[in-house]
Design a protein around this ligand. Sequence first.
Ligand SMILES: [Zn+2]
Ligand SMILES: [Zn+2]
Length: 154
Amino acid sequence: MTAFAIPHALVVATQWLIAYGVVLWLAVAWSVLHDAMRRSSQYWFYALAVILGLFPPFLGAVIYWIIRPASTTAELETQELEKAMLREAGGPQCPTCHSAAREEFLLCPVCRTRLARACRSCTKPVAVDWKVCPYCETPVEELGSKKDSAAGTV
Ligand SMILES: [Zn+2]
Ligand SMILES: [Zn+2]
């Protein structure tokens, strides 16, 4: 009686398959760690990524992809930089449509939101919440409520 002999080719194929799986497993764990390093600067997070990248094999990586931070640190830095550039280079903005404005604008040229009023006596722009014209000391209350240039009959 001959024992059930596994063909040699099948043994070799199985060994290759196992080796392939191990390499893939380590590659997934490495990519998970690499991804974690792009998304965090916390060492405990790296450790968590390594553990999840290895155990349970492959499933841990899926769990990591679910719980990982949505943005990379580079993306977060870019977003912060864009906001800072808007604040600095953009200067004043329309509070309604956020298009670029200038200090001397009375209305937003895009959406017509009132940005400032013209001073009655010196015609310089006075911000809506100012109480007095800083150029000529005319109290803003005397300018009237919404009129740009009151007739001067206060
Ligand atoms: Zn606007
Ligand atoms: Zn004035």
